[in-house]
Structures are given as structure tokens and as C-alpha cells.
Ligand binder design. Structure first.
Ligand code: C2E
Ligand code: CA
Ligand code: CA
Ligand code: CA
Length: 274
């Protein structure tokens, strides 16, 4: 079998084993990658559903690997979460976004809020609130220009102390967004306790929204619930004009998706801010 070369060997390896190998490679390389500045933030515009003007952006991390090229976050974020390295990377991401805000201010671009994805373990383990407060004070970036997105399912499992971190952040003036909403099991009593300003409907609902009446009713229900709780609604995964129009007719506030733009390197994204 060896004479058949590298590619052949893989055929006989169970899928899982290959994945473990990849994970280990990424794990071994990620620390140096941070030092070597191989991580880059891409920005995806979020639009006003009625005017279709840009209102904010989501920062999404990419690993620009010198050999493998662009590695998507789903390949390495889970490893970073498991190992706790996400805490360090999270600090890097916040720094980058704050620097970006300063640059936009300096060059007189339109300044818009940027959403940062945070993993629950950053909030549970680190001194998340203290760190954010310190960084905002150091850089003089308006807290209103920062939104933290946290996945619904994970947020709802949080302990009292973690919930308290979110309340402190909220009082500081940063915005909190419940990401991937509709994929977890949020109870109505819990969502009232969680200081969210924004609810992001998971993009899985958009896949068949034009034909699935059930998904249409669920999405309308979520929008109504969010508005009753004085939250804004973002729908992500918008890929065509019919869905734009349907979501606007539902009274959804903001839209995000490939129809408007893929996530872009900051240099290209800035065209949206002119
Ligand atoms: P997410 O927070 O739900 O991010 C939205 C994902 O949907 C992004 O994938 C984005 O590129 C993709 N997307 C946006 N519009 C469309 C669309 O119209 N159609 C389709 N099919 N997809 C669309 P991405 O960038 O690969 O990120 C995947 C996940 O990785 C994110 O899901 C988030 O959970 C995590 N992630 C990304 N960046 C960070 C980060 O800086 N920190 C942490 N902790 N997690 C991150
Ligand atoms: Ca997100
Ligand atoms: Ca999401
Ligand atoms: Ca997601």
C-alpha cells in the first residue's frame, strides 16, 4: 500500500482518525500562528432591512496559513475553546477591532458598530468584563461601537456569575447579541434575564424559508418575541432578493448575508464605509 503514495494511505484511514490528525496539526501550529500574525479579521456588512444601507459589521476570524491557505474558523475555534487558547485569541480579536475603530475614526470613515463573536469560556474563565473595560478606557473607543455576540445555546447554560458579567458589560454601554437564535432551547423566563439588545436568527431558517411555511411562522414568531422584549432582530444567511423582501415584510430590523456581501478583508470592506 505504501508504494501507492501518500494519497492512497488516507483512503484506508477512518474519517475520524484523519480529523484527529488535522486537529493536532492545527493545535501544534496555532500558538506560533498568533505570534506570526497569521490570524486576520474579515468583516461582513449588516444592513438596514428597509433602506438596505450598512449599519454595522460582524468581525469573523480567518487563519491565513502559509501552507494551507485560508482556514475557516469552524476548523480551529473548537480546538481553541477546548484548550482555552481562545482566551488569548479573543484578546487579540478585541485589540484588532479597537485598532480598526481608531483607524476608521482617524481616516474619517463612517464609524459603525462592530460585532465580535465571543466564546462562553472567555466570559466564564477570564476577567472578561475587566479586560474589556480596561481596553475601552485605554483606546477611548465608544462602547456603543462594540457588540458581543454569544451563541444562544451556550448563553442559556451560563451560571449566575457569567450572567452578571453580561449585565456589567451591558451597563458599560457595549451591546449584547444572542447569536444563532432558534437552535437552542431558550426559555421565556431566561431570555428576560439575559441583557440582550439584539437577537440573531440562525441562518438555517433561511435555507428553505421561501417554501417552508413552518419556518416562516417560526421566524415571524421570533421577530415578534424579540420586539416585545425590546430587542432588535438580525437575520443572517440572506442570499437573495426574495428573502430580503420577505424579511422586510416581517418587520425584521437588520439583514446579513452573501446577497449583500461575503465577509471581506478590512481593506476591501472599507468600500462600504465611503
Ligand atoms: P457565526 O457567528 O454564526 O457567523 C456567521 C457565519 O455565516 C460566518 O461563517 C459567515 O461567513 C457565514 N455567512 C454569512 N452570510 C452567509 C450567507 O448568506 N450564507 C451562508 N451560507 N453563510 C453565510 P464563518 O466566518 O465561517 O464563521 C463560522 C463561525 O465561527 C461563526 O459563526 C462563529 O461561531 C465562529 N467565529 C468566527 N469568527 C470568530 C471569532 O472571532 N471568535 C469566535 N469565538 N468565534 C468565531
Ligand atoms: Ca456571529
Ligand atoms: Ca450566527
Ligand atoms: Ca454559527
Amino acid at each position: 500500500a505504501q508504494s501507492h503514495g501518500h494519497g492512497q494511505v488516507h483512503i484506508f484511514m477512518p474519517k475520524k482518525a484523519r480529523f484527529v490528525f488535522d486537529e493536532l496539526t492545527l493545535y501544534n501550529e496555532m500558538h506560533l500562528a498568533l505570534e506570526n500574525n497569521e490570524f486576520e479579521l474579515y468583516y461582513q456588512p449588516i444592513m438596514n432591512a428597509n433602506t438596505q444601507e450598512i449599519v454595522s459589521a460582524e468581525a469573523l476570524i480567518r487563519w491565513i496559513h502559509p501552507v494551507h491557505g485560508l482556514i475557516p474558523p469552524d476548523a480551529f475555534i473548537p480546538i481553541m475553546e477546548k484548550t482555552g487558547f481562545i482566551i488569548e485569541v479573543g484578546k487579540y480579536i478585541l485589540n484588532e477591532v479597537l485598532k480598526q475603530q481608531k483607524r476608521w475614526e482617524m481616516f474619517r470613515f463612517k464609524q459603525i458598530p462592530v460585532s465580535i463573536n465571543v466564546s462562553m469560556i472567555e466570559v466564564e474563565t477570564g476577567n472578561f468584563f475587566n479586560h474589556v473595560e480596561k481596553k475601552l478606557a485605554e483606546t477611548h473607543v465608544d462602547p456603543e461601537l462594540i457588540t458581543f455576540e454569544v451563541t444562544e445555546g451556550k448563553a442559556m447554560e451560563s451560571e449566575k456569575s457569567t450572567l452578571n458579567e453580561f449585565h456589567k458589560l451591558h451597563k458599560l454601554g457595549v451591546k449584547i447579541s444572542l447569536d444563532d437564535f432558534g437552535t437552542g432551547y431558550t426559555s421565556f423566563s431566561y431570555i428576560k434575564k439575559f441583557p440582550a439588545d439584539v437577537l440573531k436568527i440562525d441562518r438555517s431558517f433561511m435555507e428553505h424559508i421561501l417554501v417552508k411555511k413552518e419556518d416562516q411562522r417560526i421566524v415571524q414568531g421570533i421577530i415578534e418575541l424579540a420586539h416585545n422584549l425590546e430587542m432588535k432582530v438580525v437575520v443572517e444567511g440572506i442570499e437573495n432578493l426574495q428573502v430580503v423582501e420577505l424579511m422586510a415584510s416581517y418587520g425584521c430590523d437588520y439583514l446579513q448575508g452573501y446577497y449583500f456581501s461575503k465577509p471581506l478583508p478590512s481593506f476591501e470592506f472599507q468600500k462600504f464605509l465611503r
